[in-house]
Write a protein that binds this ligand. Structure first.
Ligand code: DX5
Ligand code: ZN
Length: 224
């Protein structure tokens, strides 16, 4: 898998570990590596910002030991500044926080950047895209959620595509535009055409018996 996706413009396919079998996590990661995933998306949920609990730094540290893949952490938690140091220490390389949980997103981005990682900002489908603008110069990644954050296996919301287009127009070449939720063979192309570069895919890779075929089919939709 790729250990520095900022060296390439994309597109990249990011298997989302949330959909893996946690009892066989090492094997699952090796499998999506062989299957052609680009790097890994790690969903951290606190049971407070979202009504679900996933995993935190100890699991990220275990993942770090079994792959050299770039680790993209999506923090669905109410206090990202408090917990970001532990995420980075565990091995997260990009740390994405939700704009909904902070008063000053630019200050939050600068605070997280001090840890030596890349920084991402994200927003739920119901949040206005303009909320991102004050922080745009201070982030490396903008993640547009195409489902309400909290659970894998939800249906893609095409109404977020205008947000992807609006963000695309404002990003620099060294920044990346990521999309997460319901990405599958029938939705990935629309997200790509709107300007997305990093595609998070959970259930549509991990729930397939042949993950290589699933990733090939996703790439085919992108003309890869
Ligand atoms: C949802 C998470 C996603 C999730 C995507 O809150 O942020 O990363 O794993 O899963 P799928 O691809 O199944 O929608
Ligand atoms: Zn995610």
């Amino acid at each position: 898998m790729n250990s520095n996706p900022f060296q390439i413009p994309g597109p990249c396919i990011l298997p989302s570990v949330l959909a893996a079998d946690f009892g066989r996590l090492g094997e699952e990661i090796a499998d999506v590596d062989r299957a052609g995933g680009d790097f890994l998306h790690l969903d951290v949920m606190d049971g407070h910002f979202v009504p679900n609990i996933s995993f935190g730094p100890p699991v990220i540290a275990s993942i770090r030991k079994c792959t050299s893949a770039y680790l993209d952490a999506h923090l669905m938690i109410t206090d990202p500044v408090r917990y970001a140091p532990a995420m980075v220490k565990a091995g997260a390389q990009n740390v994405t926080f939700h704009v909904e949980v902070v008063d000053d997103p630019a200050a939050t981005a600068r605070e997280i950047r001090k840890l030596g990682c890349r920084v991402g900002i994200t927003l739920n489908p119901g949040t206005a895209v303009e909320k991102l603008w004050p922080a745009l110069d201070d982030v490396d990644v903008v993640l547009v959620m195409s489902v309400v954050a909290g659970f894998g296996g939800q249906k893609f919301m095409p109404e977020v595509l205008p947000k992807v287009e609006a963000v695309r127009k404002r990003l620099r070449d060294d920044q990346r535009l990521e999309i997460d939720g319901g990405i599958a063979t029938d939705t990935i192309r629309r997200a790509f055409d709107a300007g997305a570069q990093w595609f998070v895919v959970g259930s549509h890779i991990f729930e397939k018996p042949d993950r290589a075929a699933a990733i090939r089919e996703l790439r085919r939709q992108l003309g890869q």
